[in-house]
Ligand binder design. Structure first.
Ligand code: UD1
Length: 351
């Protein structure tokens, strides 16, 4: 049983669902409802060919405790109904923690996909979700060697396995599908003439002064930026009276996955605080400014493609630097992580 709820989890679910079907494994999909807008949820299922969820918990937005608690309450009945051999949880959202905790309490095996990522910043809700979930899981499925090292240093080496990154699986497939397509609607520029930006982390959106400074810094860049506005960003900017179309910024709705991939492929760079997009930009070899103090995907920085920008005024310099880049490194695996995940689950415990 896969438990998902937020946009990046649908992307990770796509290659897993495909690998499960190829292996003829019975696969139940539970959608918690954490993301519910059509362009935050439904389009991912449609575009990526993911089967419709077997159960939809319809929890929606609320404070962390309420949201997680409502998911826990709803999961009991779902687990009783299906009695899965495994519950597979993805990444680091509140849906991840709720899925893992409810299953572990009912003595159902939990596997954590994308285990071992750490920012070492406990102010991020995601960091707490990662730590709790790795420790609850019976099997930690790590995307990178760095993640394996983190798991080992927390005493979790015996239950950890390096499978590679499933987002690489889906990205490679979609890249090949969109490579000759025109730029998506919402980008009124030529290839190479614009950058793509996303912002949604509470540390960037929830402090009005910081949000204003980031938007001003992006708006002042020499290359125009298409800002794909997550609903959290729109609502926080409205509350703070921040104009998201300041200066050189064009505003657009969040993109469907194939459109995002095409947009990044054609871009002159990416500005983001998203974990997934940092990695996608790296795999598509787009230079990235990450508006955070740290990253879980440190390989992107070490290989010269990603620059951490703790302060908004650091963003411009991230694009003017001519850092040495390594174009051929493959720290995220070979694009076959999902089938490795399914094999691990089917053959557990290892002989
Ligand atoms: C969540 C994850 C984050 C992940 C992100 C991807 C947690 C703690 N955070 O953050 O790790 O990177 O998803 O997007 O789980 N909203 C809508 N429509 C939607 C979804 C959200 O309007 O379909 C608005 C609501 O006002 C909501 C706010 O966005 O309160 C935040 O949504 P939420 O799911 O709580 O967190 P994200 O910021 O999306």
């Amino acid at each position: 049983m896969s438990v998902v709820g937020a946009r990046p989890q649908f992307v990770k679910l796509a290659p897993i669902a495909r690998a499960m079907a190829e292996r003829e494994v019975e696969h139940i999909i539970v959608h918690t409802g954490q993301h519910y807008d059509v362009n935050m949820s439904d389009v991912f299922f449609e575009d990526l060919g993911i089967p419709a969820p077997d159960e939809h918990l319809a929890i929606g937005s609320a404070s962390h405790g309420r949201q997680t608690g409502q998911m826990l309450a709803a999961m009991d009945g779902v687990l009783e109904k299906y009695q899965p051999d495994w519950v597979l949880v993805y990444g680091d959202t509140n849906s991840t923690t709720a899925g893992a905790l409810s299953a572990a309490k009912m003595h159902i095996r939990v596997a954590h996909l994308e285990a071992g990522l750490r920012s070492f910043n406990r102010e991020m809700p995601e960091e707490l979700n990662r730590i709790v979930t790795d420790h609850l899981a019976e099997l930690c499925l790590a995307p990178t060697q760095v993640a394996m090292d983190h798991l080992a240093s927390e005493g979790l080496a015996d239950k950890s396995v390096l499978v590679g990154d499933v987002m690489t699986d889906v990205l490679m497939r979609v890249r090949d599908q969109v490579i000759s397509k025109p730029l998506p609607a919402g980008i009124d520029f030529e290839d190479g003439q614009y950058r793509v930006a996303t912002l949604h982390r509470p540390s960037n959106t929830d402090d009005p002064e910081r949000l204003r400074e980031i938007i001003e810094a992006i708006g002042a860049l020499d290359v125009p930026t298409v800002l794909l506005a997550h609903p959290r960003l729109r609502s926080k900017a409205d509350d703070a009276g921040v104009d998201l179309e300041a200066g050189n910024i064009t505003l657009a709705e969040p993109f469907a996955y194939p459109d995002l991939v095409r947009a990044v492929m054609g871009s002159a760079g990416v500005i983001t605080d998203s974990g997934g997009l940092q990695k996608e930009a790296f795999l598509l070899r787009a230079r990235t400014a990450t508006v955070r103090t740290e990253t879980e995907w440190i390989e992107t920085v070490n290989l010269g493609w990603n620059t951490l920008c703790p302060q908004p005024q650091d963003i411009a310099a991230a694009f003017s630097e001519t850092a040495e880049t390594d174009t051929y490194a493959k720290p995220y695996g070979d694009g076959n992580a999902a089938s490795r995940v399914v094999e691990k689950l089917v053959h557990f415990p290892p002989a």
